[in-house]
Design a protein around this ligand. Structure first.
Ligand code: NAD
Length: 481
């Protein structure tokens, strides 16, 4: 066991919440060996029984929802309502994937030959390495572990170094639900150490990763030599389009929730608002008024609207982008500074106006409570601006014109598009993920998640009692005996 440790720090107060082992390759080796041994039995447990374990896990998450919610407000910093939503997402996912235990459908299809049967079935892959970020510290592990487990894989989880306490509680509840020893292990530690060792481990054929684009590229490269399956959910630079016929009050509510909720630390956060010039002035003033009304404070206090950023580095990064925006010539309407006199990592909700689509604050993921207003003269210009970034996770359009709405649904280059709602609000039974630099073609959640954690096996059974050659004996089918 390594002697090195690291601390979990409460972002609202700076206090230490716990001390954790800073694991490296040796601990990863041990966890993978246990997962590999456990796989030999877990893959044979009938899938409905694996699903039952997830149903029990969902019940336990429900029973511990208040405790996990409170812990999340302290360790990660998001406000109570959102922390409860994070836990609820894990509950929903656990029930949904528990039900997959009685589905996991394959296909049956007729053969081109007589007396021959064909079907495809999903097979587990083996040990899954799951690497998760801190911003959805219960939901994202559930998005990965629930489908992985119901499909018959075993898992080594390397959670984010900012939220180790929540990860430990998550895995403890899984064990209490009846997940056998070794089927799930957690390895606490840093990305370049424990994370990298997991990605490179020869006995881990699948890596499911959620995090930044830069880390996603590093993970892909590290996994390439062993041709591993790599599932990536990466960053976003999501836009809300507000057209001249939009309900502006509704749009402002959606922008505030999408841009400043979770202090902007969501992959689906609306960090751009593309506004038709006919309503630009009105929207701008309504948005500033709403942003300035938000109360910053610790997540566990009922009256708080916006919690802290995750750590000091995040605070510095967000503030650096304020300076970049000012240098680029954008107009700072509100915010743009840390909250003075607070021990925590609080940053004021920040709105920039007069932003050009090509500016860095309109192109790069800031991951903080900063949004950029981009004026446009037409629907076509709005779509072009929305699509001008390298990411493609979520998008939204506010309009009452059904033709525009459907054109936007077709032409916005993102994995998720909302009409008359902000850029967030995914539910667990539809695929979740993005196009372009947000991922590599896989999806989390819904049926699509099963494709990450299974391989198809095609099965042919010939019951004719003679040699039948596919593609050759089809035309000259011999008469039945
Ligand atoms: P990050 O990339 O810094 O870290 C994510 C995880 O990767 C952590 O557990 C970290 O320890 C680990 N890691 C870091 N370097 C590694 C390496 N070399 N090898 C293996 N593992 C390594 O991201 P973060 O700051 O924790 O999270 C924020 C990012 O996550 C944002 O870009 C956000 O958009 C993205 N995100 C995406 C989604 C999505 O579903 N698309 C959801 C949430 C967050």
């Amino acid at each position: 066991m390594t002697a090195a440790t690291f601390e979990s720090i409460a972002p609202a107060t700076g206090e230490t919440l716990g001390v954790f082992p800073r694991s490296g390759a040796a601990e990863v080796d041990r966890a993978v060996a246990a997962a590999r041994a456990a796989y030999e039995d877990w893959r044979l447990v009938p899938a409905p029984e694996r699903g039952n374990v997830l149903f029990r896990f969902a019940e336990l998450l429900k029973a511990h929802k208040a405790e996990l919610t409170d812990l999340m407000t302290r360790e990660m910093g998001k406000v109570k309502a959102e922390a409860g939503g994070d836990v609820q997402e894990a509950i929903d996912m656990s029930y949904y994937m528990g039900g997959e235990g009685r589905r996991l459908f394959g296909q049956t299809t007729p053969s081109e030959l007589r007396d021959k049967f064909m079907m495809s079935v999903r097979m587990p892959v083996g040990v899954v390495g799951a690497i998760t970020p801190w911003n959805f510290p219960i939901a994202i592990p559930a998005w990965k572990l629930c489908p992985a487990l119901v499909c018959g894989n075993t898992v080594v989880l390397k959670p984010a170094e900012d939220t180790p306490l929540l990860a430990d509680r998550f895995v403890e509840l899984l064990a209490e639900a009846g997940v056998p020893d070794g089927v799930v292990s957690v390895v606490q530690g840093f990305g370049e150490e424990a994370g990298d060792a997991l990605v490179r481990h020869p006995d881990v054929p699948v890596i499911t990763f959620t995090g930044s684009r830069e880390t996603g590229i590093a993970v892909t490269k590290a996994a390439a030599d062993r041709l591993k399956h790599v599932h990536l959910e990466l960053g976003g630079k999501n836009a809300i389009v507000v057209m001249d016929d939009a309900d502006l009050d509704l749009a402002v509510e959606g922008i505030v929730w999408s841009a400043f909720g979770t202090s902007g630390q969501r992959c689906t956060a609306a960090s751009r608002v593309i506004v038709h010039e006919a309503v630009y002035a009105e929207l701008q003033s309504k948005l500033v008024t709403a942003a300035e009304r938000l109360r910053l404070g610790p997540g566990w206090e009922d009256e708080t609207d916006v919690g802290p950023l995750i750590n000091r580095a995040a605070l510095e990064k967000v503030h650096a982008y304020t300076r970049i925006g000012l240098d680029e010539g954008a107009t700072l309407l509100t915010g743009g500074e840390p909250l003075a006199g607070e021990p925590g990592f609080f940053y004021r909700p920040t709105v920039f106006a007069d932003v050009e689509p090509g500016m860095r604050i309109a192109q790069e993921e800031i991951f903080g409570p900063t949004t950029a207003l981009i004026p446009v003269g037409s629907f076509e210009d709005a779509l072009a601006a929305a699509n001008s970034v390298e990411y493609g996770l979520s998008s939204s359009i506010y309009t009452r014109d059904v033709n525009r709405a459907f054109r936007a649904l077709r032409d916005l280059q993102t994995g998720i598009t909302y009409v008359n709602a902000g850029t967030i609000g995914a539910e667990v039974h539809l695929p979740f993920g993005g196009v372009k630099a947000t991922g590599n073609g896989h999806r989390e959640a819904g049926q699509a998640a099963l494709d990450v954690f299974t391989e198809w096996k095609s099965i042919y059974v010939d019951y004719s009692g003679r040699l039948q050659r596919a593609q050759i004996d089809t035309a000259a089918q011999r008469p039945p005996r």
